[in-house]
Design a binder for this molecule. Structure first.
Ligand code: GLU
Ligand code: MG
Length: 438
């Protein structure tokens, strides 16, 4: 029997506080109507944790909202004869106002504030690492050809599917860890950058599973293992599309805009870490010598830094200016890309408003310094547990100002409820719980 537009379904989703895509579907024939009216959504859904428990909610059984698709985000991809018609949406009140806890609306508000403050536009790309679950480590596999060949059968269809969307793939490689891969997409403008990170995770999971193996984007699969990071690359453009990130006069190439944005990021990093690295096991990854981020330092050609100025290959100044970008490495895929993007933009914009200077790039192993030496150099060890990071987020006046009091309190309650689900477990069991989700 042939299926018509009434029978095929469009899924509209939100990337929620747990970084999970949740939503509802409706017949394709209703697309136009649903783009105005949306689908019904429930306030307490915001407290559904990554383990599907429900954390303490101020809403109880009360209230109604609408999840409204944004046609800009719609993807229609035919995955092995299982077409996926998917769109991201914004959660709004029934009067059409952005809801305080809608992650995408928060990111849009943060972008507006950045633009209002700087008149500049943001380009960003989310670089994802993940591992194939359940494979035994094979010596000699780091960056190896064999691991690349294992993956080619699913990697090529995945990249082809991404090319059908606005999330254009850039590079794909076998990473260092066991069955670990890295997928990078090309930078995109504004909210599309975070939308693309969601789309990349959705398509990667869906397509790779079609080949009989299952990827995990979880921050770390076992306590002794390598971490899976999300490195978010940023650069800035003016209204005509000319690059604003680079200045040849600065010894590290940072323009004033870049310096102050990074200054804000590093000053407030510990206060927003609960958003960027939002699982209990995220803090196993954020330890020294894992090439992730343990201190609020700036790295220049150094992969052990929270913010790294990335190398550029071009020799001529004009191309250098276009390629020049920096990445935030303290992020993992337990986060909602929209929420992480909002937090980084809020902190960076604050840095621009207050003209905060970043520290000198480090070129040494900060883990060898005492806390006094670190403090003298202007650095802090980042929070070492989610609980500590939540305390800092909760106590942060700036975070309350950016996100609203209501948001901060609900987010902290959400994550405390998630932590309660893990009480009494061994670290390896906690890793297994998260591996089952992300
Ligand atoms: N796996 C490292 C992380 O957790 C990053 C390694 C790299 O690509 O430099 O962020
Ligand atoms: Mg990598």
């Amino acid at each position: 029997m042939k299926t018509g537009d009434e029978d095929t379904l469009v899924f509209v989703g939100t990337s929620d506080l747990a970084g999970i895509v949740r939503g509802k579907s409706f017949p394709k024939s209703e697309w136009k109507k649903r783009c105005t009216n949306g689908v019904g959504w429930t306030p307490t859904n915001v407290q559904i944790t990554c383990f599907d428990s429900i954390s303490e909610s101020p809403f109880g059984a009360l209230g109604d909202l609408a999840l409204i698709p944004d046609p800009q985000t719609r993807i229609q991809v035919d995955i092995a004869n299982r077409p996926l018609d998917f769109s991201l949406g914004n959660i709004c009140s029934l009067e059409g106002k952005p809801w305080t806890f809608c992650t995408r609306s928060l990111a849009q508000r943060a972008l507006e504030e950045f633009h209002h403050t700087t008149q500049a536009h943001v380009l960003a790309a989310f670089e994802h690492e993940f591992q194939i679950k359940g494979l035994s480590p094979r010596p000699g596999d780091a960056f190896g050809l064999k691991g690349f060949r294992d993956a080619q059968s699913w990697a090529e269809p995945l990249l082809a599917a991404l090319r059908e969307t606005d999330c254009a793939p850039d590079t794909f490689m076998k990473e260092y860890g066991p069955a670990q891969y890295e997928l990078t997409n090309k930078p995109s403008s504004g909210i599309t950058a975070a939308d693309n990170a969601v789309i990349l995770r959705v398509l990667a999971d869906d397509i790779i599973r079609g080949f009989g193996v299952t990827p995990s984007f979880s921050p770390i699969l076992n306590p002794e293992g390598v971490g899976n990071g999300v490195h978010i690359h940023f650069s800035f453009l003016d209204a005509e599309g000319a690059p604003l990130t680079y200045d040849a006069e600065n010894p590290y190439g940072m323009s004033t805009l870049t310096r102050h944005f990074i200054g804000g990021l590093l000053k407030y990093l510990d206060q927003i870490l609960a958003i960027l690295a939002p699982s209990e096991i995220s803090y196993l990854r954020l330890t020294p010598h894992r090439w992730s981020a343990a201190f609020n330092n700036l790295g220049y050609r150094d992969r052990e830094a929270s913010v790294r100025i990335c190398p550029v290959s071009a020799r001529d100044e004009k191309t250098r200016a276009g390629q020049y970008n920096f990445e935030i490495r303290a992020v993992d895929a337990a986060c909602s890309p929209h929420l992480a993007f909002a937090a980084l933009l809020f902190a960076g914009t604050q840095g621009i408003k207050d003209k905060i200077e970043p520290p000198e790039p480090t070129q040494q192993d900060l883990s060898l310094k005492s806390s006094q030496e670190l403090a003298d150099m202007g650095f802090k060890r980042l929070p070492q547990s989610l609980s500590e990071a939540l305390d800092l987020f909760s106590a942060s006046d700036v975070a309350r100002n950016w996100f609203t009091d209501e948001f901060v309190d609900v987010y902290v309650a959400h994550k405390r409820g998630e932590l309660a689900q893990l009480e009494g477990l061994e670290w390896s069991e906690k890793c297994d719980r998260y591996k089952g989700v992300y």
